[in-house]
Design a protein around this ligand. Structure first.
Ligand code: TYD
Length: 198
């Protein structure tokens, strides 16, 4: 997978010296595999590469992840869900992303803020302004330089995941995942410079 750096959009040198790239998409879109392939490629040319995932990537974040994804927590309110994702993100930014960028690393993250817009905003129906506000607190200005959205049709994969119900979000019905996909497409359309749809 090629990441064009020619237009300079990958680097915001006024803020930090590193580069933050997020991989986004529906469950089962293959983003984690693509992230690992890119990480290998970049390490191969001698770059300092840090890979991480959301929710998680830190001890605190992994604990929050367990709360978020437990199929037992069927009563979780959408706003509580949004706050927990933001809390895990805040910890990741402080503990992992900011220090890595400060030393000039390339940080590849499996999901970031766009997932909250797509899942909690478009999927759960929370006002997008609320998602923006609480995430402004969580990320403290640390926006991504480039995002790859791996677009797949929510289909059989989701239906199968629903019946097996391995995690709480995957267990949502196909209509939910269609709304989430619409969310990712809307983000890509709104921010064509940052976001590449694959
Ligand atoms: P992930 O580990 O990426 O699951 P998968 O490997 O199946 O894609 O993410 C866990 C779930 O959390 C996934 O269903 C998407 C959801 N999620 C949100 O709803 N909001 C968020 O802000 C994030 C980061 C993830």
């Amino acid at each position: 997978m090629a990441i064009e750096a020619g237009d300079g959009a990958l680097m915001d040198s006024s803020r930090v010296t590193g580069v933050l790239i997020s991989f986004e998409g529906l469950d089962g879109s293959g983003k984690s595999t693509q992230l690992e392939l890119l990480a290998e490629e970049l390490r191969g040319v001698g770059l300092d590469v840090v890979t991480t995932r959301e929710p998680g990537g830190t001890r605190v974040g992994e604990a929050v992840r367990a709360v978020l994804l437990s199929p037992a927590h069927t009563e979780m309110a959408p706003r509580a869900e949004a706050l927990l994702y933001a809390a895990a993100r805040a910890q990741l930014v402080e503990e992992v992303v900011r220090p890595a960028l400060a030393r000039g690393a390339v940080v590849l993250t499996d999901r970031y803020l766009d997932s909250s817009i797509a899942y909690q905003g478009f999927g759960r129906g929370l006002p997008l302004a609320d998602i923006d506000r609480l995430n402004a607190l969580a990320i403290g200005g640390l926006t991504v330089d480039r995002t790859l959205v791996l677009d797949i049709e929510p289909g059989l994969g989701i239906a199968r995941a629903t019946s097996l119900a391995t995690d709480r979000l995957e267990a949502e019905d196909i209509a939910f995942h269609r709304r989430v996909r619409e969310g990712f497409l809307a983000i890509a359309e709104k921010e064509p410079r940052r976001v590449r749809l694959v």
